[in-house]
Structures are given as C-alpha cells and as structure tokens.
Design a protein around this ligand. Structure first.
Ligand SMILES: C[S@@+](CC[C@H](N)C(=O)[O-])C[C@H]1O[C@@H](n2cnc3c(N)ncnc32)[C@H](O)[C@@H]1O
Length: 234
C-alpha cells in the first residue's frame, strides 16, 4: 500500500467496507472534484424526491453500483445518449476518473451519488430503475468476510424494490465462488429470474459491453468472468 493511501473500514455502514481515497489527486482531478462534481452530485433528498436523473431526458434509467474508474459507465452513457444514468461510487479517485471522462466526452446524461449504495437504494423511489449494473464487486473471498459482499439477502430485497418489473440486473464477477453465491441467493429470493439465453450465456458479456479496469486485471491473471443477467419478477 502506498504511504499516502488512506484506508477507512466503515463499520457503521451496512454495505461499504473499503477505501474512500487512494493516492493524492492530480491538479486537474482536484479541479474536477471541486467544480464539476457538485453539478452532477445528487443527494439522498434529491433521490427521494425523484430527481436522481438528468432532467429533459426520457430514455431508460440505469444505475451502476461501484463503478470504479467509470470505464463502463462512461461508455454506456456515450452509447445510449438518450438514456439516464446514475453512478454510485465512494472511492474518490474513481469518481475523479469518471469526471475526467464526463468532461472530455461531454457527457450530459450522468449523475453521481458518492456515498454508500445501500443508502442510495434506501432513498430511491420504488420501481424507478430499468437496469442495474454491479460489475466486479469486491469479492471478500475469505469465508469470514463473505457477509461484507454487496450481494446479500438484504441488498437483493433493496435492489428488487427499486428495479421495475421486467427490469434487468447485470452482474459480473471473475470470482467463481461469488458467482455461485450470487446465483444461489438471487434464485432463492424468488424476486428475480436468471436469464440464461443459452447454456453458456453466462460466459458472454452483454452486446453493448465495455470492459472495466478490474476485468482487464482478471484477464491478465487468467481468470474468466461470469456474466449473469437477472430479470425482476412482476
Ligand atoms: C473491485 S472494484 C470494481 C470497480 C469497477 N466496477 C470495475 O469493474 O473496474 C469495486 C468498487 O465498488 C466500490 N464499492 C464497494 N462497496 C460500495 C458501496 N457500498 N457503495 C458504493 N460503492 C461501493 C468500491 O469503492 C470499488 O471501487
């Protein structure tokens, strides 16, 4: 770990265990956090009032939880300019990277929630999201750490509440044990159906897929990814 890294293990939060800040931001990243972030940030109150998304757009409403450096979120926003996106990430250095993409690609359809996703899920009105993406969530591989995983019975209920009936949850992980864990909990919840379009459906990404920093790391380490699609039951 770099000496400048700042780790915080948040024991008071229901679903975030990790670091909020890494190495110092570069000067322009600092400017983006100071000037651009406040224009894109939505608070819990905004979210609860139904103002989570960019106004004047009527396309699908996407939520990406734990977007990391924002590679996938920025690409989806670019590919689907009429759709509305809310990205949730607590790691400031990741938020700063996404802000740089928003600026350089002039994206106008992204809003940001830079606090714990469990809080966002609690504040969002019911059935207000068309698609949720959870890509390479922290795997917490040790047995005793599994309760920190974002996919849990409690969070599955929260995800189901905000997703409209027929809406889609995209989940990707390179950790086989997490894929099996997520699949069994989601099926057991009876709130979602797993959409396996073909026997090896889980081994292919979605047609509009954009690779992420963690996917690149996983491939370099020789780990394949499971791409699981769940549909919210009516
Ligand atoms: C392993 S990284 C993956 C990042 C990115 N999705 C990718 O594929 O490159 C997981 C990310 O989820 C974020 N995260 C974890 N728990 C979170 C929570 N409760 N709310 C918001 N973000 C969270 C972490 O800060 C981290 O950036």
């Amino acid at each position: 770990m770099r000496p400048s890294s700042f780790w915080v293990i948040l024991k008071d939060s229901s679903s975030f265990f990790g670091r909020r800040k890494g190495k110092p931001l570069r000067a322009h990243q600092d400017e983006l956090v100071r000037d651009l972030l406040p224009t894109l940030r939505v608070s819990g109150a905004d979210v609860a009032a139904g103002a989570a998304f960019a106004p004047d757009l009527t396309g699908e409403r996407w939520l990406e939880i734990g977007f990391g450096g924002g590679e996938h979120l920025a690409r989806m926003a670019e590919l689907h300019p009429k759709d509305r996106f809310i990205g949730c990430e607590v790691f400031l250095n990741g938020v700063a990277k996404l802000l740089a993409a928003v600026e350089s690609r002039q994206l106008t359809n992204i809003r940001l929630f830079d606090e714990d996703a469990a809080r966002l899920l609690a504040d969002l009105p019911g059935a207000c999201i068309d698609r949720i993406c959870i890509l390479y969530p922290d795997p917490w591989p040790k047995f005793r750490q599994r309760k920190r995983r974002f996919i849990s019975p409690e969070n599955i209920e929260k995800l189901a509440r905000v997703l409209r009936p027929g809406g889609e949850l995209r989940f990707a992980t390179d950790i086989d044990d997490y894929a099996g864990w997520a699949l069994s909990l989601m099926i057991k919840s009876e709130l979602f159906d797993w959409r396996g379009a073909s026997p090896d459906d889980w081994s292919h990404p979605w047609p509009d897929w954009a690779s992420t920093r963690y996917e690149i790391k996983a491939r370099a380490a020789g780990r394949a990814t499971s791409y699981l699609t769940f549909i919210r039951r009516s």
